[in-house]
Design a protein around this ligand. Structure first.
Ligand SMILES: NC(=O)c1ccc[n+]([C@@H]2O[C@H](COP(=O)([O-])OP(=O)(O)OC[C@H]3O[C@@H](n4cnc5c(N)ncnc54)[C@H](O)[C@@H]3O)[C@@H](O)[C@H]2O)c1
Ligand SMILES: O=C(O)C(=O)C[C@]1(C(=O)O)C=C[C@@H](O)C=C1
Length: 295
C-alpha cells in the first residue's frame, strides 16, 4: 500500500475543474485520505453532496481549510487572491496552497505580501477544460494527456513542488514548470486570445444579422459553429481572465490585429502567395497538435 500524497485535501470551488479533480480522486482512493469540499454557493454544495464528491462538504471555509495538508482553490481568477489571503493565516503549518487559476502574475503580486514561510504556494494550471461550468460538468478523464503548467513561488520547497507534480501526473496530465510571466504570455496566445476572438465574432455575426434583418445565423454551419463552442463559456471566468492578464492579452491582440491586416492587404491586392502560405501555416499547426495528442 503506497503512502497517500495528502492525508487531507480541501477543494474550494467544486465546479468544472474542482469536481473533475474530485471525481478522479474518488476513483483513486489511495491518493488522498480525506476529501473536504467547500463553496460559497449552497446549490453547488448540494450538488457536491448528491454526487458524493467529498467526505466532508461544508459552507464553512475556515473550518474546511484549517486542518488540510493541501488546499486547492478552484474558483474564478478574481476570487483566488481574496480567498487565499483570508485562509493563509489559519492554514496548518507545513501545508501546501495551490490554485488552478488561468492567469498568474496579478495573483502572485496580490498574494506575495500574505505568503507564509511555512506554507508552500505552488499553483498548477491544467490546460484542459470545456465551455461548461459547475459540479455536474466535471469528469474524471478531463486532464488525461493534457498539460498542467506549474508556477511555484520562488520560496516553495522542492518537496512541495514535486508533490503537486505527482498529484497532476495522477490526474493523467503532463507537467511543465515555468515562471509567472512566461505562463501568462503563453496562455494569452493559446487560450485567452482565441476566446476573445470567439466572443467577438459571435457578437459581430449577431449584429450583422440584426443590421441586415437576415438569417445569417440560421446558416452558421461548421466554420462558425466551431467558434460558438468556446463562446458559450462562463462570463465571470472570462471577465476575470481578461482583466487579470490585460497586458499579455493586449500584446498578442495587437500582433493578431497586424497579421489580420496583412491578410486583408493580401486579399485586397490579390497576393495569392501570402494567402496560401498563411493557410498552409494553419494546416501545419493543426497537424502538429494532432501529432502531440492535443486536438
Ligand atoms: N473552465 C476551464 O476550462 C478552466 C480550465 C483550467 C483552469 N480554469 C480555472 O479554474 C478555475 C475554476 O474554473 P471552473 O471552470 O471550474 O469554474 P466553475 O464556475 O465551474 O466553478 C467555480 C466554483 O467556484 C465557486 N466560487 C466562486 N467564487 C467563490 C468564492 N468567493 N468562495 C467560494 N467559492 C467560490 C463557484 O460557486 C463555483 O462553484 C478558474 O480560475 C478558471 O480560470 C478553468
Ligand atoms: O476547451 C475549452 O473549452 C477551454 O476553454 C479550455 C481552456 C483553453 O482555452 O484551452 C480554457 C481556459 C483554461 O485556463 C485552460 C483551458
Amino acid at each position: 500500500m503506497t503512502e497517500p500524497l495528502f492525508d487531507t485535501l480541501c477543494v474550494v470551488g467544486p465546479g468544472l475543474i474542482g469536481s473533475s479533480v474530485l471525481r478522479r480522486l474518488r476513483a483513486m482512493p489511495e491518493l488522498v485520505g480525506t476529501l473536504i469540499v467547500t463553496d460559497r454557493d449552497r446549490d453547488v454544495l448540494a450538488r457536491a453532496r448528491a454526487l458524493d464528491l467529498g467526505d466532508v462538504v461544508t459552507d464553512d471555509l475556515d473550518a474546511a481549510v484549517k486542518d488540510a495538508d493541501c488546499v486547492m482553490l478552484c474558483v474564478p481568477v478574481g476570487a483566488i487572491a481574496p480567498i487565499a489571503s483570508r485562509i493563509l493565516p489559519i492554514m496548518k503549518s507545513g501545508a501546501i496552497l495551490t490554485d488552478v487559476g488561468s492567469t498568474r502574475r496579478s495573483i502572485v503580486d496580490a498574494l506575495t505580501p500574505h505568503l507564509r514561510t511555512d506554507i508552500a504556494y505552488v499553483p498548477a494550471h491544467p490546460m484542459a477544460g470545456t465551455e461548461h461550468s459547475g459540479p455536474d460538468a466535471g469528469f474524471a478523464t478531463l486532464f488525461e494527456d493534457r498539460w498542467c503548467l506549474i508556477t511555484p513561488d520562488r520560496n516553495a520547497p522542492e518537496d512541495a513542488v514535486t508533490r503537486i507534480g505527482a498529484f497532476w501526473h495522477a490526474m493523467g496530465a503532463r507537467t511543465r514548470r515555468m515562471d509567472a510571466d512566461h505562463h501568462d504570455t503563453i496562455c494569452a496566445m493559446v487560450s485567452h486570445l482565441p476566446h476573445l476572438i470567439a466572443f467577438t465574432i459571435c457578437g459581430t455575426a449577431d449584429t450583422l444579422a440584426e443590421d441586415m434583418r437576415s438569417e445569417v445565423l440560421d446558416f452558421a454551419a461548421s466554420g462558425f459553429r466551431d467558434f460558438t463552442r468556446i463562446a458559450a463559456s462562463d462570463p465571470t471566468m472570462w471577465r476575470d481572465i481578461f482583466l487579470n492578464n490585460r497586458d499579455a492579452l493586449l500584446g498578442v491582440l495587437d500582433r493578431f490585429s497586424q497579421d489580420a491586416a496583412a491578410m486583408a492587404d493580401a486579399i485586397r491586392s490579390g497576393d495569392e502567395e501570402t494567402i496560401v502560405e498563411t493557410i498552409e501555416r494553419g494546416r501545419r499547426i493543426r497537424r502538429s497538435l494532432l501529432e502531440n495528442r492535443q486536438a
